[in-house]
Design a protein around this ligand. Sequence first.
Ligand code: 6PG
Length: 246
Amino acid sequence: MSSTRTIQILPTPADLFDAATEEFVRAGKAAIAAHARFTVALSGGSTPKSLYSLLAAKHAAFDWNHTFLFFGDERHVPPDHPDSNYRMVNEALLTRISVPAENVFRVKAENPDAAAAALNYENELRRFFALQSGEFPRFDLILLGMGPDGHTASLFPGSEGLREQSRLVIANWVEKFNTHRITFTFPVLNHAAQVMFMASGPDKADMVHQILGGKNDPPYPSQLVQAADGTLLWMLDETAAAKLTR
Ligand code: 6PG
């Protein structure tokens, strides 16, 4: 199998989130038609909040009963903390759609032991995907964002987690925030059937150009997401794509 990379540039943030919503629904319908379920890892931060809100507003009738929602990373905080990705997704999406509670797999990041929280989540993935030792889950879709420093999920430049090739989920120490974050590892990200990055706004333009246009040594974390056996889709608005040569 080989990977394909597509870059979609939309005029405005609103166009970006409309297009991302439609792509989410398309991928979901295809997955459910193909194998009776849609497994998605949601991204955190602020960018995807508009996608989640649009999904709730326009696609309440989507087949959420056959959709299984995971989190590609989580901050090391309780689920009601302002920084919690779960809290953001819960407010923007989960409280507004009829997804069965058992279809939502929250990272138990309230555990003071971040490594234990990561291992717990990894075991949930192993159980759900019925993985043999050494196997990685194949998500139908993994949503990702990109920080201005080139990080994705909670895989930050210079962090130990960049080298992890056997674990599925780790507690990655993030020096700049002086905290652990719980995150999927690259083998999980790169095993997905489809990865969809979303980047919006001028503060991302420099890094988008570095990631999509340049060769960097060492590569930025977002460059290491290649979806080796799937499709890699970058969805950008004009301001985030402003420095790309077209
Ligand atoms: C997180 C995300 C992180 C995010 C980028 C971009 O937990 O914050 O997983 O990787 O996608 O930091 O964040 P913004 O969308 O807020 O710019």
